[in-house]
Design a protein around this ligand. Structure first.
Ligand SMILES: Nc1ncnc2c1ncn2[C@@H]1O[C@H](COP(=O)(O)OP(=O)(O)OP(=O)(O)O)[C@@H](O)[C@H]1O
Ligand SMILES: [Mg+2]
Length: 317
């Protein structure tokens, strides 16, 4: 007769298998997963993530954005969604609807008081990230943009682990040496984990002087492109240091959606073209090799239901 301990272990293993199936089935409905990361803090990851999401949505793509910065979630502020809450449904948590129908999930939407710090160790963060991926009714999406906190710690590791079919990472840097040193670690981290690097963006690259219109290289210039070349990954482009980007962020209205044209908007729009181009190129390469994306081999609905997956009605928050 199996001991109570053996029964418990078997239950845990089965539960884990069910969660795996559920994760695969939910992620299988999302065509592209793009992870925005950097080895360095404050270089503009969240700004890039929200503007990428809004820019793609403005092109008619169905987009979601997942804020994986558990301890410093900024995406709600950048999209003007502060104070919103995630609701539950029979199909899982329902993302908050952002501009242009973007589906948004962030830790800030589940906290009683977002101004109080979260003091969590790795396993708790990993559990939350897993739930945000597998216990959310993301539906069918063309893109899920994932905004990461700085560095190469628990959050990036969890995301890469839970999303083996992710398209890859967009790595954000600023041009100065101290940022480049940290960011090269993010590139190595991705390569170590077999995560494709979609490319590097050099943010805060040059500032146009409002008085003489000459360019001031506040943090130097060209370092991101050099790093991309040295590490053999694509360079996606430069975004200038522009007050409009910061004021738009603070106002919760991403600058890519502004009516007025600006060099920053043009630069970012070109970057989105490039990202879409790289993804398309990768897709064609994969097709040529007869390779399927991991999540596309998703389980049949009945199979997930048959194993008692949490996707079954009434089983979720
Ligand atoms: N190109 C830019 N020009 C002007 N301001 C910018 C630019 N890019 C980002 N910022 C501003 O810099 C600040 C930091 O940006 P952001 O929050 O996107 O960085 P982050 O890398 O996500 O930071 P963290 O590491 O804390 O998550 C914000 O106030 C943002 O508005
Ligand atoms: Mg951020």
């Amino acid at each position: 007769m199996p001991s109570p301990n053996q029964d418990r272990i078997e239950d845990l293993v089965n539960e884990h298998k069910r969660e795996e199936l559920l994760l695969k089935s939910i992620m299988g409905r999302i065509k592209h997963k793009v992870i925005v990361m950097s080895g360095k803090g404050g270089v503009g990851k969240s700004t890039v993530a929200v503007n990428l999401a809004v820019g793609l949505a403005a092109r008619g793509r169905k987009v979601g954005i997942l804020d994986v910065d558990i301890t410093g979630p900024d995406v709600p502020l950048l999209l003007g969604l502060e104070g919103k809450r995630l609701m539950g449904s029979e199909n899982g948590m329902v993302p908050v609807e952002g501009p242009l129908g973007i589906k948004v999930v962030s830790m800030a939407f589940v906290l009683q008081d977002p101004s109080r710090p979260i003091v969590w160790r790795g396993p708790m963060k990993m559990g939350a990230i897993r739930q945000f991926l597998s216990d959310v009714d993301w539906g069918d999406l063309d893109f899920l943009v994932i905004d990461l906190p700085p560095g190469t710690g628990d959050e990036p590791l969890s995301v890469v682990q839970y999303l083996p079919g992710a398209d890859g990472a967009v790595i954000v840097t600023t041009p100065q040496d101290v940022a480049l040193l940290d960011v090269s670690k993010a590139v190595s981290f991705a390569q170590l984990l077999n995560l494709n690097v979609i490319g590097i963006i050099e943010n805060m690259s040059g500032l146009e002087c409002p008085h003489c219109n000459k360019e001031i290289e506040v943090f130097k210039k060209g370092g991101g492109e050099r790093l991309a070349k040295d590490m053999g990954v694509p360079f996606l482009g430069r975004v200038p240091l522009a007050p409009v980007i910061m004021t738009a962020s603070d106002a919760g209205t991403p600058f890519i959606g502004a009516q007025e044209d600006s060099p920053a908007k043009k630069a970012f729009s070109d970057i989105i073209d490039k990202i879409e181009g790289v993804l398309k190129g990768n897709e064609e390469k994969d097709k040529g090799r007869g390779k399927e994306k991991v999540e596309e081999k998703r389980p049949q609905k009945e199979k997930a239901g048959g194993t008692g997956a949490k996707g079954a009605k009434g089983k979720r928050a």
